[in-house]
Write a protein that binds this ligand. Sequence first.
Ligand code: B3K
Ligand code: ZN
Length: 882
Amino acid sequence: MRTEQPKTIYLKDYQAPEYWIDETHLTFELFEDHALVHSRLNMRRNEQGAGQSLPPLVLDGQLLELVSVALDEQLLQAGDYQLDEDTLTLQPAAAAFVVAVTTRIEPQHNTALEGLYQSGKMFCTQCEAEGFRKITYYLDRPDVMSRFTTTVIASRDYPILLSNGNPVANGEEKGGRHWVTWEDPFPKPAYLFALVAGDLCLIQDSFTTMSGREIDLRIYVEPENREQCGHAMDSLKRSMRWDEEVYGREYDLDIFMIVAVNDFNMGAMENKGLNIFNSSCVLAHPDTATDLAFQRVEAVVAHEYFHNWSGNRVTCRDWFQLSLKEGFTVFRDSQFSADMNSPTVSRIEHVGFLRANQFAEDAGPMAHPVRPDSFIEISNFYTLTVYEKGAEVVRMLHTLLGEQGFRQGSDLYFERHDGQAVTCDDFIKAMEDANGADLGQFKRWYSQAGTPRLAVESRYDAAKGTFSLLFRQSCPPTPGQSEKLPQVIPVRMALLDREGKELPLQFEGEAAPVGTERVLAVAGAEQVFTFTGLTEEPLPSLLRGFSAPVKMSYPYSRDDRVFLAKNDPDGFNRWEAGQALALEMLQGMIGIHQAGRPLLLDQRLRDVFYALLTDRELDPAMVAEMLRLPSEAYMVEVSEVADVDAIHQVREWVRGELANTLADVMWPLYRDLDDGAAYSPDAGSMARRSLKNTLLSYLMLTGSQDAVDACVRQYVEANNMTDRQAALVCLVNSDFEKQKQAALADFAERWKDYPLVMDQWFSVQAACALPGGLVRVEKLLEHPAFSMRNPNKIRAVIGAFANQNLVNFHAADGAGYRFLAERILQLDPLNPQVAARLLTPLTRWRKYDAARQELMKAELARIMAASSLSPDVYEVVSKSLA
Ligand code: B3K
Ligand code: ZN
């Protein structure tokens, strides 16, 4: 923890490095209470832009004990170098030289989980973004790429010793110690370095690449998890095949390894040839993991694998370009998930998440462009904007250039920049050059923060048979950006007739209609598109598939929305119409509720639901999505001033009304779906479980004995975790105290030895909106399975409470805010990255009423006043209060 004010780093200050590191030779001696790291760096001056005299060599290093440093084999004395908190400075005497450094570190005390640390007994690393400097002194920046050779020496208690690349030698040492040397032939930045040492079991498989090379696939886990790796392995093989087929990308090393660790700050890390994963993103067995967890494992395995090209072979010049690899790779993994599952449902889930969460970030004090201009702590910029909005930007390119044009662009990008560290401009340039396109204006998506608004109106001229769409775009100010320029917004659309059929589309000036769906590239602040040849006024279906991350409005009547929810041939827009209908009604009812008047449900929502429940032709997963009302988080996001109590009460009341008036059609459907079939992980079975469990949660709202009996039976008889957990959620959120306690006790007893399952047990309770949430959460913190050292546990209890349990977290007395602030202050000295992330709900204070604003700000101020904050927490708190 440091005392001086953290510095801001600016993109505009970027300068190429003064030295390169051609080769990096590392030797790790691992002991129980410390590790020695010996590094030998073959360095050379960067001749580009070089002046006469040799500049000093400034190596990054943090929390290191320097044991020795030598330059060209000469041991240096204290006066020969300068050492401060963050750097080691030497003066080279020649343009090429060798630096040899030994540092001593204590992985067992590394609670920040960055650099080299211990998770349980296992040693592992996390170096992105700037963790390598906690291992040894280095040029810890992504544009310095080096060939690594790594030797790991440890006691035989650690039989598995891993690093990047291929194992090239191994041997025994005296005293029961042994060693393995790994060589990675691909130059890489230090953030992709990895090391693992532990007593792990191996699950092995192989993959034959498109050119016929045989790749050795290995998943290493702790022995008790051996049975839970099949899904990750299958997902890996599917990802490898998919990247060959869709992007023409082949794997390059002979081995690909995944290691699962229990203590990990995020989901996973794409280290070259040695991906390290949070165990929650590897392990999946039907008895212990829900369908959602299965899908997450598939997506994260794919994401990290795809990084091998979009991230590792072509990496980022500096951390401002983070979205170059993250936005592109999230886009790639979402395409993969769409291909492996239902594309429409998968898009609906993505968009739901983006709108509830990224839009909120874009409207808050931490709003930043996809390519930020400045940061204090880069760890704070692994955000939804960089990842999710970044992926939407790449998706828009795909929409504008088309499948083939996009592929030509990505081929050129990979070919042109293989082995380089590049920028978002280079990515766009490749897309431009491959397509002869001008993306100059499009690039504003990288530099302007905030969610654009797109207001659409239409005019129908019966006499001329024309229909015009008028688009007006604007973008609200965000911190540091008061004025915004128009962006290129691709609007995928169709025009529907009275039966819901798509009409042929002919622009004014075109000789004949072309197709029934178009992408309109809205580029002006105001722009009109006129269609001709129309004999009746059409109903537009706009922004299909959410073709741009904007807030679009069009003056649909409620009946229009009902019509679209029932008839739009585009599945995504059917869902969207239903959501918009429900949202509009809910918002109206919130006003009525606040005025103290009785609520009444517009029958049209019930009619839409009835149609969904009785149409057996529809995909059950799609029906499940359409039966879900807009989330509380999304309702907060679209509120001017969010009244969380009213949102919760009105939403629950509407759910209850729907359940009570539709129970007669829900029951037979539930019973049909609850057919006791053997568990299967395929998409069709997942879809049926999704609908069944959505129905169960509605039926439980009727409060009937039949419902609770069905729920208890489902809990007891379930042959998979999806059904069991869904029943548990319903019981926990019900007033059936006896059944609830019985299920919770049973669950805890049954799964006490499964940390990931216990995470579910924690989060189901932490998210329960019934009164008394804070007291329950405080009790959960006392549970022996809870630990402030394990990020998964922190997210399962504190994270679930603050992010998902809105009514309890926002309790009017501010107790929820105080609780969170206290936990953050407690966590910051241990793990600043996770502490800073926990702050998110407090940063959204501007969304709430004056009294809550004051309470939230007071807690932020209390954190700010604490004596020694990490730069991570300091940055988020100071920007939130600014
Ligand atoms: N690249 C890593 C994220 C590292 C976060 C460091 N604070 C995981 C991923 O996006 O694939
Ligand atoms: Zn990533």
